[in-house]
Design a protein around this ligand. Structure first.
Ligand SMILES: Nc1nc2c(c(=O)[nH]1)N[C@H]1C(S)=C(S)[C@@H](COP(=O)(O)O)O[C@H]1N2
Ligand SMILES: [Mo]
Length: 237
């Protein structure tokens, strides 16, 4: 993956300032391992469909930190814990976007952090109030700029797990890509370096060990690991 050259940034800024979309003009095909600190300064409007969607979404009430139930979050992994080196980790964000990118863990941690205390609900009959800390998927979307046709998001995990979400749920203000649990770095068993967390979906939608997030126009026959074994796709709470 190429570096994001300052030269490219200033050229990009120039083009954006001139009212051009900047789509696909400036970076090499495989995207960029960021200067998030620099890119974060570039504020671009999302496409109108997404702007409208973001405005329409209300936050679910959160719990206070004293409500956290540290012992109640059970480990639920279909295929053990994959061995991921946080220093080598990259999150690829691609698909139907104007600007595919990849992020190191440090890149993600340099973006504004959001913490939330929410209830995690597993379909197997247990639940736990958990604090998660990370970056809203919405913020990553603002960087990669989904195309107006994007309607779904596909999450690929390092253990062979996979999930697809509708765009609205993916861009909900409390749908986060998290690297902290209960104020501590996420443990490997809970999905480190990076997992999904959201109060609006059942536990099986919340992929651990996420390595790739792909915006899509259509769903593929692979809906999700558990969905392809009979579970419901939307799985809203
Ligand atoms: N990659 C991956 N993500 C996953 C799973 C899994 O097996 N692999 N299990 C899911 C299920 S069913 C639940 S309830 C939660 C459990 O998260 P935890 O193990 O951190 O409590 O992770 C979800 N995400
Ligand atoms: Mo679950």
């Amino acid at each position: 993956m190429g570096l994001f050259l300052p030269q490219s940034i200033s050229r990009r800024r120039l083009l954006l300032g001139a009212g051009l979309s900047g789509a696909g003009l400036l970076l090499n095909g495989c995207g960029t391992s960021l200067g998030v600190r620099q890119v974060g300064n570039l504020t671009e409007p999302l496409n109108q469909a997404i702007e409208k969607l973001l405005l329409s979404q209300n936050a679910v009430p959160e719990f206070s930190a004293s409500a956290i139930e540290p012992d109640k979050l059970l480990i639920n992994s279909f295929n053990g814990t994959p061995d991921l080196d946080p220093a080598q980790f990259r999150l690829v964000v691609d698909g139907e976007v104007n600007q595919p990118m990849d992020f190191s863990l440090a890149d993600l941690q340099s973006l504004p952090q959001k913490d939330m205390v929410i209830r995690h609900v597993c379909v197997e009959g247990w639940a736990a109030i958990v604090q998660w800390g990370g970056v809203p998927l919405q913020a990553l979307a603002k960087l990669v700029q989904p195309k107006p046709e994007a309607r779904y998001v596909f999450f690929t995990s390092a253990d062979g797990y996979y999930e697809s979400w509708d765009l609205a749920s993916s861009l909900h203000p409390q749908t986060l890509m998290v690297y902290q649990k209960n104020g501590q770095p996420l443990s490997p068993q809970n999905g480190a370096p990076l997992r999904l967390a959201s109060p609006i979906k059942l536990g099986y939608k919340q992929s651990k060990w996420v390595t790739q997030i792909t915006f899509m126009n259509e769903l593929t026959p692979r809906l999700g690991y558990w969905e392809d074994r009979g579970y419901e796709w939307f799985a809203g709470l």
